[in-house]
Design a protein around this ligand. Structure first.
Ligand code: HEM
Length: 212
């Protein structure tokens, strides 16, 4: 039976802009970061540092605008965690997805993300990104530590490097899971198309899902 769908406008232009700019910058920073770390040689050590630091500043400006946008438009509400539908979503990813069961959640303008996405994106925003941001800035301003009194507090470059690399691995893990999960729509490209065009086709019959 063909499912009747309706087309809804899910992702506004600024949201798509920051999503894709952030994706490109984080991938570029992961590539240059692991070169700085010594994992391989691609751009050359010094060029890798230059690209990493320039991208960092662009990313910081983007994040500042994005935080402002979330707060002023009320879009932050899409990331408030909820228990409703969480178990159904976990069971779906563990079982239903492999047996062709219907997706327990369909996006709407009021709830863009399923309960698991809410938690994952919230952790990304309040844990992984601040961790990489703070450790990266400390790395960048190493020469000012003495003036800021951080050396007396016992902070070392090794500690900051460990936190920064750990945060980078967490971001990479997030990226891998994200790339897998975005292929699990009705078609492989359904969710990606929505993030490009802003529009998503959702089944009309989705009144069984819990209201988030
Ligand atoms: C606000 C964001 C960021 C800032 C300010 C920042 C800054 C820096 C700085 C200053 C360095 C050291 C460069 C040097 O040795 O001179 C560095 C290294 C590194 N960065 Fe970032 N970075 C940021 C985001 C990222 C992201 C998003 C990733 C990866 C997903 C990443 C991965 C790495 C890695 C793996 C290293 C090598 C660390 C080491 O081996 O000690 N960084 N970063």
């Amino acid at each position: 039976m063909t499912e009747i769908t309706e087309r809804i406008y899910l992702f506004k232009w600024f949201e798509r802009f920051w999503h894709w700019s952030q994706a490109v910058l984080i991938i570029l920073m992961a590539i240059t970061g692991f070169e700085i770390h010594g994992s391989y040689n691609l751009f050359g050590f010094h060029t890798a540092i230059d690209i990493h630091v320039y991208s960092a500043w662009i990313l910081i400006v983007l994040w500042v605008f994005t935080i402002f946008w979330h707060l002023t438009t009320g879009e932050y509400k899409h990331y408030i965690p909820t228990w409703k539908g969480l178990t159904q979503q976990i069971l779906y990813y563990m079982q239903g997805i492999f047996t062709g069961a219907p997706h327990p959640f369909h996006a709407s303008a009021k709830a863009k993300h399923n309960p698991l996405q809410r938690i994952a994106y919230l952790l990304l925003k309040v844990m992984m990104i601040p961790l990489i941001w703070a450790s990266g800035l400390l790395y960048l301003f190493y020469n000012d530590w003495a003036a800021w009194g951080l050396v007396e507090l016992g902070l070392t470059l090794e500690q900051v490097a460990v936190v920064h690399v750990l945060a980078a691995f967490l971001l990479l893990l997030f990226l891998i899971a994200h790339l897998y999960l975005i292929t699990t729509g009705a078609t492989v490209l359904q969710f990606t198309k929505a993030m490009i065009t802003g529009w998503e086709d959702v089944p009309v019959e989705h009144n069984k899902q819990p209201k988030l």
